[in-house]
Ligand binder design. Structure first.
Ligand code: MN
Ligand code: ZN
Length: 497
């Protein structure tokens, strides 16, 4: 690692060097081996010597003896079969990717005794490898041969499975997910001098090569639409704002679209209510919601999802200068509702309220889900292991929670109520943009709720999960790509014909 994996699927692997990776459930049975290579025989002895039980995520690494067709044999523990979910197969792929080390050839035998590995599971192993392989190193000038461990090389991976045709078919979607997640990670990792609103909109425009229709709204058009809330945030920056609207039309022509809306603050200084200096550089990730929406649209298009989907991202930079908005300003949103600015650092909701209203009015979607690195308060409540889920619709919330479990991009539902809503009433305008420190994530959600009407809606506060979350088997990147797998799972399970 880092490596580029060239993945293929076959019934057997040619055993001439490299690493063999076998899977094993917890318990006594040995893993399956290739008949022509018999790594299982080698394993049996090593396992008893090492007392290897096969518990989840454990690994037994064996240097193959003289005469073996492989150089190394690694056995990955799967744990107990009853508890395995889709994510476990990604995890297997991630661990397998890391255990490749310096080898240039790998055979992964996924058909462990005692468990039926179908095409989808085999493809998920491949997906785990592709996700683990991502690293953000385009600004490291010393790689490519200068330091051996940084050289990116191609590793040929054969995933050995009983039904390679089914795995190959499922891999089309897996590749689409890998590309979508890795795109979202890349966007979050890119520095804010390189990725401003205009450049981000251009990245969204690139989805046209996958058949996505992309419209870009400029400042002039947003002014005409009356998006005073979004424009108020943008006015302190020399970088002009953009909204990118991505349409994927994979469903029936009359079918109402599903809609995803993302906060894309390409850098957030806090504006005049400026943030403290410590860790301000992390605010390049304040566009994690927009990155997830863009990555998701990539995935849906690349796997030709049978759904009509809209992705809308509000792109601005929040800077303090002579033209910046002030605390005390009152702005008028596209909805006509007025907002008193209390704190210019509570800017994400100002961007989203115009994007949500525009989405609802223009596309009349079946539902709207917005993603935003919205509040530091969600980190206080949930750390970086769950994103906060707020919703006006129990059915949609339930579907999201289930997709969270399946994808292991976890959500925790938080409350909304009239009493919380009252906290953001303003003395001078219809509402204020900050309700203060207490219940900060909830009052931010109440603010957004005032712009969605009766449309089924969910807000995911991903400030803790989009970036800087602990690295794991399938992610070693600062920008995690959180939300792409979650929402792809949601669409797959519930909204494809
Ligand atoms: Mn802010
Ligand atoms: Zn922000």
């Amino acid at each position: 690692m880092p490596a580029k994996f060239q993945i293929s699927f076959a019934k057997t692997a040619r055993a001439d060097g490299g690493v063999a990776i076998l899977l094993k459930l917890a318990g006594d049975q040995p893993p399956a081996g290739a008949s022509d290579a018999d790594p299982a025989g080698i394993y049996a002895k090593a396992a008893s010597v090492a007392e290897f039980s096969g518990k989840n995520s454990s690994i037994l690494d064996i240097v193959a003896p003289h005469g073996s067709p492989f150089d190394r044999i690694a056995v990955l523990g799967l744990g107990k079969p009853a508890g395995l979910v889709a994510y476990d197969w990604l995890r297997v792929g991630g661990i397998a990717a890391a255990s490749v080390k310096t080898a240039s050839k790998v055979a992964i035998y996924v058909d462990a005794p005692g468990i039926a590995v179908d095409g989808e599971k085999a493809a998920n192993v491949a997906l785990g490898m592709l996700l683990r392989a991502y690293s953000f190193d385009s600004y490291k000038t010393k790689k490519k041969g200068e330091e051996d461990d940084k050289a990116v090389k191609t590793v040929n991976v054969t995933i050995v499975t009983a039904d390679p045709a089914a795995a190959k078919a499922a891999f089309v979607a897996a590749q689409a997910v890998a590309d979508g997640v890795n795109l979202a990670r890349e966007l979050v990792n890119l520095p804010p001098n390189v990725l401003g609103p205009v450049e981000f909109a251009a990245k969204a425009k690139e989805l046209e090569k996958l058949g996505v229709e992309v419209d870009i709204l400029t400042e002039k058009e947003m002014k005409k639409l009356g998006m005073g809330a979004l424009l108020g945030v943008a006015q302190g920056s020399v970088k002009p704002p953009r909204i990118a609207v991505m349409h994927w039309k994979g469903g029936k022509s009359k079918e109402q679209p599903v809609a995803f809306v993302g906060k894309g603050v390409t850098f957030d200084t806090g504006g005049i209510s400026i943030k403290p200096g410590a860790s301000m550089e992390d605010m390049k990730g304040d566009m994690g919601g927009a990155a997830a929406v863009t990555g998701l649209m990539h995935t849906l298009a690349a796997r030709k999802a049978k759904v009509n989907a809209i992705g809308i991202i509000g792109l601005v930079e929040n800077m303090p200068d002579g033209n910046a908005q002030r605390p005390g300003d009152i702005v008028t949103s596209m909805s006509g509702q007025t907002i008193e600015i209390i704190n210019t650092d509570a800017e994400g909701r100002l961007v989203l309220c115009d994007a949500l209203w525009y989405c609802k009015e223009t596309y009349k979607p079946r539902f709207m889900i917005n993603l935003a690195t919205l509040t530091g308060a969600i980190l206080v409540a949930l750390g970086n292991l769950h994103a906060g889920l707020f919703s006006n619709n129990d059915e949609l919330a339930g579907q999201l929670l289930a997709a969270g479990e399946e994808s292991q991009e976890k959500l925790w539902r938080m409350p909304l109520s009239k009493d919380y809503d009252k906290i953001i009433d303003s003395r001078f305008a219809d509402m204020k943009n900050s309700g203060g420190r207490h219940a900060g994530s909830i009052t931010a959600a109440q603010f957004l709720a005032r712009y969605v009407g009766d449309t089924p809606w969910a807000h995911l506060d991903i400030a803790g999960t989009a970036m800087g979350s602990p690295s794991n088997e399938i992610n070693q990147s600062w920008g995690s790509g959180y939300g792409v797998r979650l929402l792809d799972q949601l669409v797959r399970t519930n909204f494809e014909a």
